[in-house]
Design a protein around this ligand. Structure first.
Ligand SMILES: Nc1nc2c(c(=O)[nH]1)N[C@H]1C(S)=C(S)[C@@H](COP(=O)(O)OP(=O)(O)OC[C@H]3O[C@@H](n4cnc5c(=O)[nH]c(N)nc54)[C@H](O)[C@@H]3O)O[C@H]1N2
Ligand SMILES: Nc1nc2c(c(=O)[nH]1)N[C@H]1C(S)=C(S)[C@@H](COP(=O)(O)OP(=O)(O)OC[C@H]3O[C@@H](n4cnc5c(=O)[nH]c(N)nc54)[C@H](O)[C@@H]3O)O[C@H]1N2
Ligand code: SF4
Ligand SMILES: [Mo]
Length: 703
């Protein structure tokens, strides 16, 4: 099969937001002679004001990447053959139906990865395809990421998407735990240009307080940094609450009349004095007391915690406690505290109160609870490998690389080889998709028209924009939404509305009543203003009241209490996001991979006797071992080691020539699928007990 030649873009200037991370920076892209000759931040974007990071420029590498797939591939043994789109879609629909006929609807599992939410075509059509498949065995990146945020939001406010966002540009006190926005560019806090926004807090006399086991890039921009032992944040947050409640500093204000459970909080927090928790957290009691008082007295304060607080054993308690801290100090749903955006395309339009459920069904092997129709992905490998009725026999992956991104990835790697059928909707032949029988590669990046359906819900200021494609696609390419439409039609006969039609309807019925044409007419985006208070109108609990101490959280406190005074493993492993990396899939962009290899183990000198930087160490956890160079640094606290995730490209059969030259090792070959936040089912990827040993250096060759 020969490919039709690439279609060059028209010369001119294009405006679109970068869709690689949650910061959704506006870009200004100049094309001359069919090539991108300049790419920079769009100074007229009302949210990003010209901010851009090195990944934004790498969109050009992604577009030009010779390893990127453009036509469907079918695997025969370990050889791949191109096939036509019609043949591929027919084959996939038939094989999925065959497996479901033989073994039941739930024997086909699905995994949706992170870029699904960064591509409106995928986001607005994948759901219909999943519905047509009719399987309950659904997994996504959510349960290695932000599930505890959704769980706490659902329990307290009635909807998983009622996520409180720091009102960063108006706050006087940002208490931040387990987030590194200077590397990640912010998450569940869309705020491009974090460096300037944090500086502005300091410039107006405010404080930025950071607690993290590692002195991160963000620590350099904080007024206060305190190391904290991994997985102990819930104890620390309870100690803050304890001080605030016992010293009479609570001021819930306007929301007090709307809230149940406030009176039960003092008893719940009583055991967790700063003195009782300091040995576990490593935060001195006096520091905790000072921070509690300062937070309570700050005119406007926001408590915020991200991956470090959700991807750990007490993620659900942490996210509840952050919300509660904001609530009791009067900082919930008020300017300068944490607020709830009302974006132009609003997924909560028409949401009814009391509609969110969890735990309606459970995974087969370990009986882990479903949340919002998805099972914890820590259960994926065992559900494939454990025989018996209900065993997973086929898998659909969409924009995900779970071999590198989920706990116990090496087990999953083995499991995928056992499937009767696997299809991956993905532009790369990588560590996961190499197991597929068919790969359906969508057009991506600068080729896709895109609207940020999700991230305006997390933005510190409400704006909106439609992102025009730069490169036309060739006749041999398809968009994600076309792939899902083709599969849905084959499975159910149903024809899908286009993403554009869906967007137009959503915008018209949304809080700002726009049309897609109006949005399109503003290529730099439209500014719709700061966040405004939304309660009580937007409360979606069944009784339309806020729950300050939901039952599941109250019960989970018993599990937390047992950790006070419990023995602590001598060395635990946490992750490390890097500015020039994007989970597992941008390591094939040459401009992001320049310089020394970055997949190294950070280790405090106290844990590295006799080791020097650059030396190889073998790192072993309950589930596996990897060998990696060590970086001895006081940036990580004693007892904690740090390794970036998303590497591990040395597996055979992948087609990622740049990444393969800097393969690194996979952090998730060490993380343990048995370590979970038992409340929410989120994987506890941080806090894995490990041991290390030096790898003997090869003896020098005799002269
Ligand atoms: N140990 C540890 N593990 C982690 C984390 C951690 O901090 N530590 N972080 C976790 C988090 S927060 C997340 S979100 C996950 C991410 O993990 P995943 O959700 O698995 O996502 P990625 O690893 O980014 O892989 C993305 C895949 O999508 C494909 N892709 C890119 N663009 C498109 C597109 O437009 N359409 C389609 N169909 N496919 C596309 C890429 O080729 C790649 O295969 O990792 C989690 N894993
Ligand atoms: N450059 C880049 N940007 C990204 C990504 C990327 O891979 N690269 N990924 C994107 C994605 S999918 C996401 S979800 C976001 C994540 O956004 P962030 O959450 O801001 O990302 P991290 O840098 O992982 O920050 C988590 C911090 O938690 C700390 N930590 C680990 N364990 C604990 C703990 O137990 N307690 C406390 N207090 N801290 C702990 C870590 O040291 C780390 O500094 O980033 C997004 N942006
Ligand atoms: S911060 Fe970087 S990766 Fe994120 S949207 Fe902006 S340019 Fe893209
Ligand atoms: Mo994520």
């Amino acid at each position: 099969m020969t490919l039709s030649p690439p279609v060059p873009p028209r010369d001119g200037t294009y405006y679109r937001a970068c869709n690689l991370c949650e910061a959704i920076c506006g870009l200004q892209i100049t094309v001359q002679g069919g090539h991108v000759t300049d790419l920079r931040g769009d100074p007229l974007d009302p949210l990003s004001h010209g901010h851009i990071c090195p990944k934004g420029s790498a969109l050009v590498d992604l577009h030009a990447d010779p390893d990127r797939l453009k036509t469907p591939l079918r695997r025969d043994g370990d050889r791949w053959h191109p096939i036509s789109w019609d043949d591929a879609l027919d084959l996939v629909a038939r094989r999925l139906q065959d497996v479901q006929t033989a073994h039941g609807a739930d024997s086909v599992a699905t995994f949706q990865g992170n870029p699904s939410v960064h591509n409106s075509g995928t986001l607005l059509t994948a759901g219909a395809f999943l519905k047509a498949l009719g399987t309950r065995t659904r997994f996504s990146a959510t349960s290695t990421d932000q599930l505890p945020h959704h769980y706490a939001a659902a329990e307290m406010f009635g909807h998983p998407l009622l996520l409180p966002i720091p009102d960063l540009d108006r706050t006087d006190f940002l208490l931040m735990l387990g987030a590194n926005p200077l590397a990640s560019n912010g998450s569940i806090m869309t705020a491009p240009g974090m460096r300037d926004r944090l500086r502005a807090i300091r410039d107006r006399g405010g404080r930025v307080v950071l607690l993290d086991p590692r002195r991160t890039e963000s620590a350099a921009h904080a007024t206060d940094y305190h190391p904290i032992r991994p997985g102990t944040d819930a104890l620390f947050l309870l100690a803050l609450l304890n001080v605030i409640l016992s010293e009479g500093l609570a001021r819930p204000g306007r929301l007090a009349d709307l809230t149940d459970g406030l009176d039960d909080l003092p008893a719940a927090a009583a055991p967790y004095t700063p003195e009782a928790t300091e040995a576990a957290t490593g935060v001195p009691a006096a520091t905790t007391r000072d921070l509690a008082r300062a937070f309570a007295h700050a005119p406007r304060a926001a408590a915020y915690g991200r991956i470090g607080l959700s991807v750990q054993a007490f993620g659900g308690l942490c996210q509840w406690l952050l919300n509660t801290l904001n609530l009791v100090t009067g900082n919930l749903d008020r300017e300068g505290g944490v607020m709830f955006p009302r974006p132009a395309f609003d997924l909560l339009t028409g949401a009814r109160a009391g509609q969110v459920h969890h735990g309606r069904f459970h995974s087969r092997v370990r009986h882990l609870p479903e949340f919002d129709g998805e099972l914890p992905n820590a259960a994926l490998a065992e559900e494939i490998l454990t025989p018996g009725p209900g065993q997973i026999r086929a898998l659909v992956t969409v924009a995900g690389n779970p071999v590198l991104s989920t706990p116990g990835g090496a087990d999953l790697d083995r499991a995928l080889a056992d499937l009767d059928f696997m299809v991956s909707i993905d532009p790369y032949l990588n560590e996961t998709t190499r197991h597929a029988h068919v790969i359906l590669p969508p057009a991506t990046g600068l080729e896709v028209e895109h609207y940020d359906v999700i991230f305006h819900h997390f933005a510190v200021r409400t704006t909106t924009r439609l992102n025009a494609p730069v490169f036309p696609i060739s006749a041999d390419q398809r968009f994600d939404h076309q792939i899902f439409a083709g599969l849905t039609e084959r499975l159910s006969g149903k024809r899908l509305a286009t993403p554009g039609d869906r967007l137009n309807v959503g915008l018209r019925h949304g809080p700002h009543q726009l049309t897609l044409d109006e949005v399109r007419a503003h290529p730099h985006g439209l500014d719709l203003g700061p966040m405004t208070p939304v309660f009580p109108e937007r409360l979606l609990t069944a009784d339309r009241r806020i729950q300050a101490l939901p039952g599941p959280m109250r019960r989970d406190l018993t599990r937390l209490h047992a950790t006070l005074g419990a023995p602590v493993p001598p060395l635990v492993l946490i992750g490390r996001r890097q500015l020039r990396s994007n989970n597992s899939w941008m390591h094939n962009a040459p401009r992001l991979m320049r310089g020394p290899d970055r997949c190294t183990l950070h280790l405090n000198p106290a844990d590295a006797p006799g080791l020097r930087s650059g030396q190889l160490v073998r790192v072993t956890s309950r589930v596996g071992s990897v060998t990696v160079p060590v970086d001895v640094t006081t940036d990580v606290m004693p007892g904690v080691a740090s390794l970036p995730h998303g590497f591990g490209h040395a597996r055979p059969g992948v087609q990622l020539s740049v990444a393969q030259a800097h393969p690194g090792v996979s952090l998730n070959d060490l993380t343990d699928p048995l370590l979970l936040d038992e409340l929410t089912g989120n994987a506890a990827l941080n806090g894995t007990p490990i041991r290390i040993e030096a790898v003997p250096e090869p003896a020098p060759l005799p002269a």
